[in-house]
Design a protein around this ligand. Structure first.
Ligand code: ADP
Length: 498
C-alpha cells in the first residue's frame, strides 16, 4: 500500500450527513428503532467508526410493512397514472445525478471502494437504472389472446403490480443494489420496504432523503437498516409482504426461500457465482489479460459475477498468467479516498479472514501462489490481488465463491468445446461466463453450451437493458431488462364471452 498519498477532501455536505442521526424511513418519516438500539458502521480503510445506525427489528418491520401496504392498497402509488410514476422516478434520477459526488464519497467511506470507481461505475449505473425503468412505467402492457373455445371471445392479459416488495441487499455495491431493486418495483406500481446490508447502510439512507425530497407519497419506499437475522428474517416471514427480492449469499438465499414458502411469497434471488473466463488461443491475448484482471480485481473481487476461474489454452496459458500476475502486482491497493488507489480494502475483518482462509486452503491442497497471497498492513482490510496456479477442479478455491481478489488459473489441452464447457459448468453456480476468442463460430457454440445467465464475449460491463441472473444455485429470476420489471408483476388473464 502506498503511503503519503493525497486524500480527496470530504465535502462538507458529506461530513454533515455522516454525523447523522441515521434513523429508519417509515411512512415518509425518519424515526428511531422502536427499541432505540443502534449499531455501528465502519470505514474498511482503517476500521474507524463512521456512524451509528438505527437497528430495526420485527416491530419496526411491522410498521414499515403496514405503511407500504397502505400506500399500495389504498394509497396513490398503484393507482397513479403510469406517466406520473415515470416522472417521479425520473426526478429521483435527476436528484441522484445532482448529488452524485456526495453519494460517491459516502459509498467509498462505507464500502471501501475507490472513489473513482464509485464515480464512474456505481453512480452512473444507478442513475441509468432509474431512468431505464422510468421508461418502462408507460410500456408495461399485456397482450390480446386468440382463444378457441366455442363462441365469440375477447381475451387479453394485463400486468398488475405484485404488491408490497421486501428488498434485501448486500454490501458490495450498496447503492447500485438498492436502486436495482427499488426502480423496477416502483415502475411496476409496487411499494417497497428496503433493508440494506448492515455493513453498508449509508447510501440507502441518503437515497431515502432524496425520495422524500422529490415527493414520493408517504409509505411508497420505506428503509429499514438492521441485521439480517432480525430485520431481514422478520421481512421474509411477514405476511404483509408479497414478494421478496434478495441479492446475497447462496446460504442466506436458501433461508429466504424456506421463510417465503410459508405463504408462497414471490421470490427473486441473485446469489453467488464462480464465473469462468475462457481464453481460446486465437484471442487477442493482451486484451484478454486486461479483461481477466479487471474481471477479478475490480471492487476487490467482491462482485458475484467476478471472473474467478481462468481457463486458458496451454499455448497461451503462461503468457496469460504472467500478464495477469504482473497486473496484480502493479495494482495500487489503498484507501478508496486516495487519488492513486485502484483497488480498495475488502469490506470487513470477517471478509478479510474468509478470503485469507481460502488462499491458505488452496495452498494446503497444492495450489501455487503466482501473485499476491497476503494481507497488506495491519490497519484496515487490505489484501493483495492474488493469482493461484496448479488449482484442480475438486479444490475448494475452484468450487466455492471466495468473493475476493483471488483468481484460480487453469489450462486446457485441446480446443474440444464440449470438454471445456463441461469443466466450466462443473460448479453449483451458473451466474456468468466470459469468453475471449476472435472466432465467431467458437463464440456462438460456447455461448450455447455454458450454463450461465450471462455470457460475455471479448468484454464486459453492465447495462440496465440486459437481464441479469443465474442458472442453478446462482438464483431465481432475472433483474434488469424487461424480465426485471415483469418480475414485479402478476399476470392476469381476462376472457369475455361476447
Ligand atoms: P454476506 O454473507 O456476503 O454478508 P449475506 O447473504 O449474509 O451476504 O447478506 C446479504 C443481505 O442479506 C444483507 O442485507 C443481510 O443483512 C441479509 N441477511 C442475512 N441473513 C438473513 C436472513 N436470515 N434473513 C434475511 N436476510 C438476511
Amino acid at each position: 500500500m502506498s503511503v503519503n498519498v493525497s486524500m480527496a477532501m470530504i465535502p462538507a455536505a458529506v461530513s454533515e450527513f455522516m454525523r447523522g442521526p441515521h434513523r429508519l424511513l417509515i411512512d415518509g418519516k425518519w424515526v428511531p428503532a422502536a427499541s432505540h438500539r443502534t449499531f455501528p458502521t465502519h470505514n474498511p480503510a482503517d476500521g474507524s467508526l463512521l456512524s451509528d445506525i438505527a437497528a430495526a427489528e420485527a416491530v419496526d418491520v411491522d410498521l414499515a410493512v403496514t405503511a407500504a401496504r397502505r400506500a399500495f392498497d389504498d394509497g396513490p402509488w398503484s393507482r397513479m397514472a403510469p406517466a406520473a410514476r415515470a416522472k417521479l422516478i425520473w426526478k429521483l434520477a435527476d436528484a441522484l445525478e445532482a448529488q452524485a459526488e456526495e453519494f460517491a464519497f459516502i459509498e467509498t467511506l462505507d464500502n471501501g471502494k475507490p472513489l473513482n470507481d464509485a464515480k464512474v461505475v456505481d453512480l452512473p449505473h444507478s442513475i441509468e437504472v432509474l431512468r431505464y425503468f422510468a421508461g418502462w412505467c408507460t410500456k408495461l402492457n399485456g397482450e390480446s389472446i386468440s382463444i378457441s373455445n366455442p363462441g365469440t371471445w375477447h381475451a387479453y392479459t394485463t400486468r398488475e403490480p405484485v404488491g408490497v416488495v421486501g428488498s434485501i441487499t448486500p454490501w458490495n455495491a450498496p447503492l447500485m443494489m438498492a436502486v436495482s431493486k427499488i426502480a423496477p418495483a416502483l415502475a411496476a406500481g409496487c411499494t417497497v420496504v428496503l433493508k440494506p446490508a448492515e455493513q453498508t447502510p449509508l447510501t440507502a439512507l441518503k437515497l431515502g432523503q432524496l425520495i422524500l425530497d422529490v415527493g414520493f407519497p408517504d409509505g411508497v419506499v420505506n428503509i429499514l437498516t438492521g441485521f439480517g437475522e432480525t430485520a431481514g428474517a422478520a421481512m421474509t416471514a411477514h405476511p404483509g409482504i408479497d414478494k421478496v427480492t434478495f441479492t446475497g449469499s447462496t446460504e442466506v438465499g436458501r433461508l429466504i426461500v424456506r421463510a417465503a414458502a410459508a405463504d408462497f411469497k414471490r421470490v427473486t434471488l441473485e446469489l453467488g457465482g464462480k464465473t469462468p473466463v475462457i481464453v481460446f488461443p486465437d484471442a487477442d491475448i493482451d486484451r484478454a489479460i486486461e479483461g481477466a484482471a479487471r474481471s477479478i480485481f475490480s471492487n476487490a473481487g467482491q462482485i458475484c459475477n467476478a471472473g474467478s476461474r481462468l481457463y486458458a489454452h496451454r499455448d497461451v496459458f503462461e503468457r496469460l498468467v504472467d500478464g495477469v500476475s504482473r497486473r496484480a502486482s502493479e495494482i495500487r491497493v489503498g484507501a478508496g479516498l486516495a487519488a492513486s488507489t485502484q483497488m480498495g480494502p475488502v469490506v470487513s475483518q470477517e471478509q478479510l479472514e474468509r478470503i485469507s482462509g481460502f488462499i491458505a486452503s488452496g495452498q494446503n491442497q497444492g495450489a501455487e501462489i503466482r501473485a499476491g497471497g497476503g494481507r497488506i498492513g495491519s490497519e484496515g482490510y487490505f489484501i493483495q490481488p492474488t493469482v493461484l496456479t496448479g488449482t484442480r477442479p475438486d479444490m475448494d478455491v475452484v468450487q466455492q465463491e471466495i468473493f475476493g481478489p483471488v483468481l484460480c488459473a487453469m489450462s486446457y489441452d485441446e480446443a474440444d468445446l464440449d470438454r471445456i464447457a463441461r469443466e466450466a459448468n462443473a460448479t453449483n453456480y451458473g451466474l456468468g461466463a466470459v469468453l475471449w476468442t476472435q472466432n465467431l463460430s467458437t463464440a456462438h457454440k460456447m455461448a450455447r453450451k455454458l450454463k450461465a445467465g450471462t455470457v460475455r464475449v471479448n468484454g464486459g460491463g453492465l447495462d440496465p437493458a440486459l437481464p441479469f441472473g443465474g442458472f442453478k444455485q446462482s438464483g431465481w429470476g432475472r433483474e434488469l431488462g424487461r424480465e426485471g420489471i415483469e418480475g414485479y408483476t402478476e399476470l392476469k388473464s381476462v376472457a369475455m364471452a361476447l
